[in-house]
Design a protein around this ligand. Sequence first.
Ligand code: IVH
Length: 682
Amino acid sequence: MNAPAERAAALRALLQHHAHQYYVLDAPQIPDAEYDRLFRELQALEEADPTLRTPDSPTQRVGGAVLDGLQPVRHALPMLSIRTETDTTAEGARAFDARVRRELGLAEEAPPVAYNAELKFDGLAINLRYEHGVLVQATTRGDGETGEDVTQNVRTIGQIPLRLRGEAPPLIEIRGEAYMRRDDFERLNERQREKGGKTFVNPRNTAAGAIRQLDPAGMADKKLSFFAYGLGDQRGWAQPATHSGTLDAIAAFGVPVSSDRRVVQGAEGLVAFHQEIAARRDALPFDIDGVVYKVDAIALQQQLGFVTREPRWAVAHKYPAQEQLTRLNDIEVQVGRTGKLTPVAKLEPVFVGGTTVSNATLHNLFELRRKGVRVGDTVIVRRAGDVIPEVVGRIEQPRPSYVPNFRMPRACPVCGSPVQREKGGIDHRCSGGLFCAAQRKQALLHFAGRRAMDIEGLGDKLVEQLVDGGIVRTLPELYKLGVAKLSALERMADKSAANLLAALEQSKQTTLPRFLYALGIRHVGEATAKDLAAHFGSLDRVMDATEAQLLEVRDVGPVVAQSIHTFFAQPHHREVVEQLRAAGIRWDEHDGAAAAAPKPLAGLTVVLTGTLPTLSREAAKELLEAAGAKVAGSVSKKTSYVVAGVEAGSKLDKARELGVPVLDEQGLHDLLATGPGAGGAA
Ligand code: IVH
């Protein structure tokens, strides 16, 4: 055999192995980007020499395989895939538009083609079959011709209506993506970590694995979501003449449709959408791997037709992959604000999810051990959204036997204090408290953070110098800094010293929730800080609360109550608080939340119900409260608005009964943007 033939055979075997891991076992061992690279290498070899193209080559097959155990179901209409535009720059969008225009035979001066631009969700494609409005079957895509019956598992997804709203046709199949939100994924892994259990690699595989498992009980701890993006078979329905209109109609049936979609004109409209979504990708609550452009007019779609399994009227325009392979060069231990020791992977720099990553978390010793990573390994790095990059696994490969297993140090690498682990606990901690420079630095950074005291200019480098130089040992000492001390620091010009002092001065006017959060009490995040402020109304009352009183606060459980109580029971913490107050830190005791911000919705009471397409309930609540609205739990005559998402139940009925205006997510955004009275009620 010659070299290309050998390489092609090796690639076929490798790709077959990984395709099986991916499609059948839902347990990929390499990132998608790596699979794609191998796939393209084989494609190139086969193109150069077509005799290398064997019938069993992975390039000759689209899609997955049917898992033993789930019932195969032949699709009434095949589930197609979309061609992928590999050029991730704006040119990719222009090339698609040029192709569409050519195939439609449009003259250069003909007006731009209208496209519906939408997100490419990263989950599992599902076909939902509704007969007379009732969900009768849910299937996976499988190989496109035959999928698997996953009705039982899909029924547990709260966002998917078991019955369509309104006038449903005799038959309609709605197609879309089942996926897991990033916050739901993080929460799941957080729970697994607390239990010392196995963590999941990424939201996509977790969602796919959950839906394709044989026992529906395994769905219970996995909250999945769904977005519709198209149709399958249908009978007796007057489908709108455009794809965008079809999506509107699907949304009216009560099936979630992402609001991040837009009808745009021509190539430049596509480019603008691609760029806009790229900028917002990290802020979305779920993973996307690109955007999808579809010719909006159904008549034009029919005119364009298909090439093999792919429509000519649609294309997926990708973004940089969120998982990549790289070498693990070293493992260091970092000490956090609460003394927690985190093993951090020092990586060969790699471009992931749009940025270059050279550090990634390994979370804790147990997780590191379970993943089995050692220095020198090729590891999979994931960076998605604003979650810190993490090492999610390693590539199975031989390694020299002398590479030692990682051990947690017995003494804090920063201050030398003994390292402890709570009995039965997962985390190792430095016992040095604020004696430990690392904990001091982190405490200062947290205190100065944007969502805490918001001290602009007090970043990593400066805190490092302040702590290492012994200039600032406690939080209150920050407010004793003067120009002289600051200007003596390396790289600190008089002007930046003056700016920092101004920022410190400005930070003194704050809010009670921000101040409580800034103190860095274990388990007290922003939400808890707000709840505490709202419940007690004053700092003194929080400080003097008993554990029993703390337990009365919404969402505060025994662990949090104890943590708050222990914090304020320590005299030196009380002293820090007193010194900060003496330094001039102040807030309006009766108006803890966002005292200085304008409150366009003050006086309004809003009730949230159902699941909104993109905002979590917490996020919607925060936005409303920040704008001054009160968020209530039940609908009454005093309710100003009800914001309703999918699966909104009795609250929505009550709102209709009482004539309370009902908003969808877009309506909520409009309300926040323009205030009440500007219309927007649906
Ligand atoms: S349309 C005829 N739209 O990407 C076109 N697909 O290869 C059929 N996907 O398996 C698909 N987001 O699971 C379409 N907005 C979107 C999508 C989307 C994600 C997935 C889908 C499909 C694959 C296409």
